[in-house]
Design a protein around this ligand. Sequence first.
Ligand SMILES: NC(=O)c1ccc[n+]([C@@H]2O[C@H](COP(=O)([O-])OP(=O)(O)OC[C@H]3O[C@@H](n4cnc5c(N)ncnc54)[C@H](OP(=O)(O)O)[C@@H]3O)[C@@H](O)[C@H]2O)c1
Length: 293
Amino acid sequence: MKPAPMPKLLYGTAWKKDATADLVFLALKTGFRGIDTAAQPRHYQEHLVAEGVKRAIFSGILTRADLFIQTKFTSIGGQDPDNLPYDPQAPLEEQVHASVASSLRNFAGADSDGSYVDSLVLHSPLRTLPDTVKVWKTLETYVPRRIRQLGISNTTLEVVDYLYTSPDITVRPACVQNRFYPATRWEVGLRKYCRERDIKFQTFWTLSGNPQLLRSAPVRKLANSANVEPPVALYALVLGLGGTAVLDGTTSETHMRDDLRGIEIVKDHAESEEGRPIWSECLGGFRQLIGEE
Ligand SMILES: NC(=O)c1ccc[n+]([C@@H]2O[C@H](COP(=O)([O-])OP(=O)(O)OC[C@H]3O[C@@H](n4cnc5c(N)ncnc54)[C@H](OP(=O)(O)O)[C@@H]3O)[C@@H](O)[C@H]2O)c1
């Protein structure tokens, strides 16, 4: 019961409100094969994400097995207290069970074998490590049947290291989802840690957090040389760092198409005789800019 392979670009479903189902359907029709959502009604309409997914499956665009679906458990601190997928007075373990049950209910009907998600991400560590471990241990009880793999978001290296090394933990983290931006120095240390342990690092704020990278020489040179737009060149360079996947929440059909096609155009360019030295120079320059070397 392995998860579907994690695609390079995951379609991000935050803040799409009533347009969520239509945008998810459009993203899948355009070629996205990974979806990121959360049981956090304040920012995500998970039931509408599921509606878009089912519409795409029933239209024959893809099968459930083609799709990597990722959702999250969000603790009380990240929730709208008036709109929650669990009873905030219930013990932590019950909150997790209720949240997972509501996610599985949303995606029920997408697969004849019963509902499952490929990845469930703890939206952020809780206030204390024992509470984080309590939530993680509860999530572990669903792996691999209902949840194929676990991950953690908005985290530090210390918490990831605990989850990766502690004898208390049975299911090791398969992915980390954090901001990719200057304030954390683009997570050079955490990404190295993850890369060395085959933990996928998913980036968000990749465009919005990096106006200076979008204007930088390596991004502009790669964009010119591969004939893609700077956002696509930036996505391609982030993917070129290795062990990464990018969350892309565009609402534009043109950007969806350009991003999916563009990262493949850059890949082909990087492997061509003419493009290889330029790719290597741009990736080297990009690594330097973010302090990776
Ligand atoms: N774990 C967490 O706490 C957390 C926090 C935030 C986000 N996320 C996840 O990450 C996803 C992405 O969020 P994000 O904050 O990184 O930003 P985003 O939602 O991907 O926003 C990208 C912005 O850049 C614009 N843009 C311009 N050219 C683009 C291009 N070629 N491709 C894509 N966008 C382009 C988009 O406008 P257009 O719409 O016009 O293209 C949009 O305004 C979310 O939906 C969510 O799934 C997770």
